[in-house]
Design a protein around this ligand. Structure first.
Ligand SMILES: [Zn+2]
Ligand SMILES: [Zn+2]
Length: 428
């Protein structure tokens, strides 16, 4: 599952400032090798959203990257900008989505106004800076929602470590500034279950690198775990009356869907993740119940004990890491997520509005668009109707892919390409 804001725009259509290419020296001139985290609250409903400052925090590690700091993919429904306060130069930007953004697309948001914590994290600037948060408006264009001036010597930037825990290297291949750094966080593992968590982290890592193209790029990833026990084992299952006192407050039935296992407690995730250098947060929840979820450049969740865990993990990780969309169709609350006339920004979905920006170049000559299902050609790359939770009007690249079902063992060519491109944005 992923963002559910209904009005999206093709990657690359929005106009944001051109990229400032940077290398290690340029990075060191502008940033310290640590992170600045800005916590906020967003509040609103289906009609609108406002963002309010909460607090600023210094974190001890920046996991990279140190080059290509300006994100020109225009993926995600939000963007964070970090600008030099004096010159206005864009120093760093990154697209992302949020669980609150997904909630705003639900029916509940038509009648309920609510708030949720959020965070953005940028490399720590050496000079005073401006943090801006942009969100897509009803027409899919990015609009500034929030700005906050950061004085780097502000004594009120919090510097205490609020959740210091031991860590374990699960798969470390090199300098975090040149790797995709995954931090694995435990939820619902009691104090006596930390070695079970490590075993589950090893299984996650084996599972991720069992599937191409991750298998071909294992040397470009680091995986680290934070060993933080919860008071109780398991996760909340509200409709079964199961409530567990856990560190990260993960819960089934997120947005009303049983298998959607997530948490709104983004500050707790960040506090725990800050123990290691990282780019992407993935939570392993100690339960055998089937579930998971992930949101682009926000965080992902999967479970420890299900037989399908490895495939669930790799599917969810692709939402988190590469912003891939779900290629399945289903009856439910998400059916208006990709309205006709608007091209999704996800690399593996199209409404045919701007298909030329998607996988058109991967089709063999003569492939009909849309492509009819042909049982004799189950792996033919084409344009197959039924994707993005909708049976009609949204198209996927292949009859099956790990972003559609967990029956197969591989990703379609459009997903594969998007994953490889993202690996090379973070690693070299
Ligand atoms: Zn999914
Ligand atoms: Zn795919």
């Amino acid at each position: 599952m992923k963002n559910i804001i209904t009005l999206l725009v093709t990657c690359g259509v929005a106009t944001l400032p051109a990229a400032a290419q940077t290398g290690r020296d340029a990075f060191d001139a502008r940033f310290e090798n640590k992170a600045l985290r800005l916590d906020f609250v967003h509040a609103g409903d289906r009609e609108g959203e406002e963002i309010f400052f909460d607090e600023a925090r210094e974190e001890p590690h920046w996991g990279g990257p140190v080059r290509d700091l300006v994100d020109t993919t225009f993926c995600g429904n939000y963007y964070v900008h970090l600008r030099d306060l004096r010159t206005g130069e864009l120093l760093y930007s990154r697209g992302f989505c949020t669980l609150f953004g997904e909630w705003r697309g639900t029916d509940e948001a038509r009648s309920l106004r609510r708030a949720a914590p959020g965070t953005v994290r940028v490399p720590y600037p050496r000079a005073d800076a401006l943090v801006e948060i942009l969100a897509r408006d009803a027409g899919g264009e990015f609009r500034e929602k929030f700005r906050h001036v950061v004085r780097v010597n502000d004594p009120f930037i919090k510097r205490e470590r609020v959740a210091a825990y031991p860590t374990r290297d699960i798969h470390v291949t090199g300098d975090p500034t040149h790797r995709v750094d995954i931090v694995l966080l435990p939820d619902g593992y009691a104090a006596g279950e930390m070695e079970k968590f490590v075993t589950d982290c090893e299984a996650f890592t084996r599972g991720l690198f069992a599937f191409a193209p991750y298998s071909d790029h294992a040397g470009l990833f680091n995986v680290r775990a934070v060993l933080a026990p919860s008071r109780e084992s398991g996760a909340d299952v509200p409709r079964e009356g199961a409530w567990k006192n856990t560190l990260l407050n993960t819960s089934f039935y997120t947005l009303g869907t049983e298998r959607y296992l997530m948490t709104y407690d983004h500050k707790a995730l960040r506090d725990l993740a800050a123990n290691v250098p990282y780019d992407f947060i993935y939570v392993i929840v100690n339960t055998g119940k089937y579930g998971g979820g992930a949101i682009y450049n926000h965080y992902g969740c999967g479970t420890s004990g299900n037989l399908l865990a490895a495939k669930v993990h790799v599917h969810e990780f692709c939402h988190l890491f590469a912003g891939l969309g779900d290629e399945y169709a289903e009856d439910g609350a998400y059916n208006d997520m990709y309205p006709p006339g608007v091209e999704p920004w996800e690399a593996n979905l199209t409404t045919l509005v701007h298909f030329e920006k998607k996988w058109q170049d991967l089709l063999d000559a003569g492939t009909p668009v849309p492509t009819p299902l042909d049982p004799a050609r189950p792996t033919r790359t084409g344009v197959y109707e039924g994707a993005g939770y909708a049976f009609k009007g949204v198209y996927r690249p292949r009859p099956d892919c790990l972003m559609r079902t967990l029956r197969g063992d591989d990703f379609c060519p459009a997903c594969t390409r998007a994953i490889v491109q993202q690996i090379h944005r973070y690693a070299e």
